[in-house]
Design a protein around this ligand. Structure first.
Ligand SMILES: [Zn+2]
Length: 201
């Protein structure tokens, strides 16, 4: 990878041999390996010993989980917050494992929509709750740095499964509890985001 980065620097019109860039290939490789380390993570190992049988059937919410990911279209960061909720049947996930799950899926090349649904689907698969809701609000540097989108505007995506999809009151209770800062999860926001991002594909 370091040789590729040296080549890339040359292609950009830089001199990979100048002092400030000498160790850049090594640093870039290290950074990229870390930022994509989610490919190697084993979900079952992450959740190991953290699935508990309980007699609890109220909504469990973990909100404001910070995440950083890389847009697969431009290899530029998108980052923001993730909110997760589920209604257990008889199993819960240790609370600290939810942010770990978000981390595993965000440390890959991603699109925001897939990141959102992968988190929801995994929780659904592992503990079969009555429902799962995931909302992700993110800023995309591939949009704001290129001036495609206004600074500070957020793309909001959501995945609603089971009770959160079928029951409007359950969904509203969740959205009220997380108080999404943007316009709220609307498919339109996501459409705008993909459009802007796919523009140069
Ligand atoms: Zn992008």
């Amino acid at each position: 990878m370091q040789e590729l980065v040296r080549k890339l620097l040359e292609e950009l019109g830089e001199d990979p041999g100048r002092e400030g860039l000498l160790n850049t290939p090594k640093r870039v490789e290290k950074a990229l390996r870390f930022l994509t380390s989610g490919y190697e993570a084993d979900i079952d190992a992450v959740l190991n010993n953290a699935l508990f049988t309980v007699d609890y059937s109220e909504m469990v919410i973990v909100k404001d989980i910070d995440f950083y990911s890389l847009c697969e279209h431009h290899l530029l960061p998108f980052f923001g917050r993730c909110h997760v909720a589920y209604i257990p049947t008889n199993k819960v996930i240790g609370l600290s494992k939810i942010p770990r799950l978000v981390e595993v899926f965000s440390r890959r090349l991603q699109v925001q929509e897939r990141l959102t649904s992968q988190i929801a689907d995994t929780i659904q698969e592992k503990i079969s709750p009555l429902g799962v809701a995931v909302v992700v609000e993110a800023s995309h540097l591939c949009m704001s740095m290129r001036g495609v989108q206004k600074q500070n505007s957020l793309a909001v995506t959501s995945a609603m499964i089971g009770a959160f999809r079928d029951n409007a009151r359950t969904r509203m209770e969740f959205l009220e509890l997380i108080k999404v800062r943007g316009a709220g999860p609307s498919p339109r926001d996501w459409a705008a985001a993909t459009e802007a991002c796919a523009e140069e594909a």
